[in-house]
Design a protein around this ligand. Structure first.
Ligand SMILES: [Zn+2]
Length: 173
């Protein structure tokens, strides 16, 4: 396993719609392993392939946060939201591609998602709480959408400017 570099907003790859996975290759398994390692190391609870510059519809997540609880690393390929609750929930979201910036985002409180697993089988599960927010945030990444796209333009521009400055500083360092 190897850690991958996480792209920082603004980057055109983060605004691009990713391609469906058509075949489960060893390369894809390695990518999933690397992404999980990168996510846990960050630390984060979700990571989508475009965030490491791979334009495939694959995401990893693990929203188990309680100390002592077993981790639940999940790999979802070609995920599709098949049902959303009418009830909405607001979470303060962050993103590994937009470090240290947080904002409230409202999304359906529960979603049902279908996806292709690394086992080659089709899976379906209903998510709520943090898992529901996380899976919707990560699926957005596969469609070139970031959580700041839900914010008012002024707030979004402010965050984008901060990230441009951060990238300039990183490039100089
Ligand atoms: Zn994100």
């Amino acid at each position: 396993m190897a850690k991958r570099t996480i792209l920082i907003h603004p980057d055109p790859r983060l605004k691009t719609v990713a391609e469906p996975v058509t075949e489960i290759t060893d390369q894809l398994r390695t990518l999933a392993d690397d992404m999980l390692e990168t996510m846990y190391d960050a630390p984060g609870i979700g990571l989508a392939a475009p965030q490491v510059g791979v334009m495939k519809r694959l995401l990893v997540m693990d929203c188990v946060k309680e100390e002592g609880e077993d981790p639940r690393p999940m790999v979802l390929m070609n995920p599709e939201v098949t049902w959303t609750s009418d009830e909405m929930a607001t979470y303060e979201e962050g993103c590994l591609s937009i470090p240290d910036q947080y904002a409230d985002v409202e999304r359906p409180a529960e979603v049902e998602v279908g996806w292709l697993g690394l086992d080659g089988a089709q899976h379906s599960e209903r998510f709520d709480g943090l898992w529901a927010t996380c899976v919707q945030h990560e699926i957005d990444h596969l469609d070139g959408k970031l959580f700041i796209d839900y914010l008012k333009p002024l707030k979004r521009q402010m965050i984008t400017r901060k990230m441009q400055k951060l990238k300039r500083e990183k490039a100089r360092a």
